[in-house]
Design a protein. Structure first.
Length: 189
């Protein structure tokens, strides 16, 4: 078995293991936004993502003694959120599959156009992120795409929280500028 992971919130995690509800609330405040965003990106429904995030925290606190500290607490919690989100998607697919079984679905060209536009926008954003300098690209990717919060990014990159926030803000601004410039160049051609 590998070395134990040293969490920046180790004391809170230990208090959670002892059933301290104040510590659980502190952990919740630290991670809820990232966990909600992770679930939302998967299930694409804000109410469902909220439910999944709440259920994941309840499961994590109930089973916190199974957390072996081989990865960060955030990564362990995110795995619970991802698994729960995937369970919900599977259930949703089963339910809608049974409902649609008796019907013939006619492809809606308008809906296809919306999907194509969305896919194109995502590709443009990913391309713009790829054009950022390493310093900004890594932090923007970890936050926007991977859903890590600033504390987790600071821990991962061995930076201060303030430095992460500053770099993220500048990276996001550069990303917006890149996307605006691309949009303007398309209109000018």
């Amino acid at each position: 078995m590998g070395e134990k992971y040293k969490n920046i919130h180790q004391e809170l995690i230990e208090q959670c293991r002892n059933g301290n509800t104040k510590a659980q609330f502190e952990i919740y405040k630290l991670y809820y936004k990232a966990m909600y965003n992770t679930s939302l990106r998967l299930v694409n429904d804000s109410m469902e993502a909220e439910d999944i995030m709440q259920e994941a925290f309840l499961k994590a606190f109930k089973n916190i003694n199974t957390y072996k500290e081989e990865v960060s607490f955030g990564a362990w919690l995110k795995k619970i959120v991802v698994n729960r989100s995937l369970d919900v998607l599977k259930k949703r697919k089963l339910e809608t599959g049974e409902l649609d079984e008796g019907r013939t679905v006619i492809a809606d060209e308008e809906q296809e156009d919306v999907w194509e536009d969305q896919i194109q926008k995502i590709a443009e954003i990913k391309q713009a992120i790829a054009e950022l300098s390493d310093k900004y690209r890594i932090i923007v990717t970890l936050h926007l795409i991977e859903g890590y919060d600033h504390d987790e990014i600071a821990e991962i990159l061995d930076m201060t929280n303030a430095a992460v926030r500053t770099s993220y803000s500048r990276g996001r601004k550069n990303l917006q500028d890149l996307l605006t410039n691309k949009k303007n160049s398309i209109w000018m051609n």
